[in-house]
Design a protein around this ligand. Structure first.
Ligand code: AMP
Length: 290
């Protein structure tokens, strides 16, 4: 385990000097099988693997769950044994923000930062990109893996890498789910058994959309079903472009992703399905056929 920025930089330099590539998986801890699947992907793509655990205050808004976000370093370290992880980087606040979070200029997410999650959590993606950029700088990773579970975050990071010319390749990790279908999330611990049962409606409706002959049409029905379901509040349910995260109807490019967010009590849960349909395999609207 490495806790300081300097030691991480020194370790990375040694690895690169030895001709090794570095794969990186940033997390906020409270590790589950979703995180472990990203680690496996990083191992397959690079010689060495670094996992970071840091609960980033900059990505939490006022009144959000920064204080009560689950922290479990001991069991996290246990979960990481025998996983082929070379370094667990657990920085302190001053390693990431030497000037303090409030004096740190944030990296702007641009337009994507104001949509969907960004509309509900102003400044969230600027906070995410700020920490990710800093971690990339410290770890000097060649490859970094992010989960499709947080599709908007993943695409915002891809956009930052392209825009700022960061020398890192981003890999997309598939969503890992519990047996009942609920996408694994560190925040699932907030759910009561009843809340959890209610939360499954989003997963069920996303599957129905995925399997429908006309997914776009099916989304309207799914929205009504979730709105009428007990114990959940719908924030959004929408088809977006897997390239740009803009609404599919405005920009049907890349793979279609149907993204949803619900609230179960005070817990916000995200889920999505990637439809495996892209513009190349469809008769696209460019032909006027859709
Ligand atoms: P977090 O610790 O929540 O910041 O997540 C760290 C990384 O794990 C992010 O890239 C997430 O997208 C990813 N992740 C979270 N949940 C899952 C999941 N159920 N399956 C795959 N990846 C996930």
């Amino acid at each position: 385990m490495i806790t300081s920025a300097q030691d991480t930089q020194a370790w990375s330099k040694r690895a690169h000097d030895a001709g090794e590539t570095i794969g990186f998986v940033p997390t906020m801890g409270s590790l589950h099988r979703g995180h472990l699947s990203l680690i496996e992907k990083a191992r397959a793509a690079a010689d060495r693997v670094v996992v970071s655990i840091f609960v980033n205050p900059l990505q939490f808004g006022p009144g959000e769950d920064f204080e009560r976000y689950p922290r479990s370093l001991e069991s996290d370290l246990e979960a990481l044994t025998d996983r082929g992880v070379d370094v667990v980087f657990t920085p302190g606040l001053s390693d990431i923000y030497p000037l303090g979070p409030e004096n740190t200029p944030t990296v702007s997410a641009g337009k994507i930062g104001d949509m969907f999650e960004g509309e509900h959590r102003p400044g969230h993606f600027d906070g995410v990109l700020t920490v990710v950029a800093r971690l990339f700088q410290l770890v000097s990773c060649d490859v970094a893996v992010f989960g499709k579970k947080d599709a908007q975050q993943l695409i915002a990071i891809e956009q930052m890498v392209a825009r700022d010319g960061l020398p890192v390749r981003i890999l997309r990790g598939d969503i890992v789910r519990d047996d009942d279908g609920l996408a694994l999330s560190s925040r699932n611990v907030y759910l009561t058994p009843e809340g959890r049962a209610h939360a499954l409606i989003l997963h069920r409706e996303l599957n129905a959309i995925r399997d429908a002959t006309d997914p776009l049409e099916r989304i309207n029905q799914a929205r009504d079903t979730v709105r009428e379901a007990p114990g959940v509040e719908l924030d959004y349910l929408e088809a977006v472009s897997g390239d740009t995260f803009t609404p599919w109807r405005d920009n049907p490019t890349g793979e279609m992703v149907v993204v949803g967010a619900i609230r179960v009590g005070t817990t916000r849960l995200l889920d999505n399905v990637w439809l495996g349909i892209d513009t190349a395999s469809r008769t696209g609207p460019a032909d006027g056929a859709q």
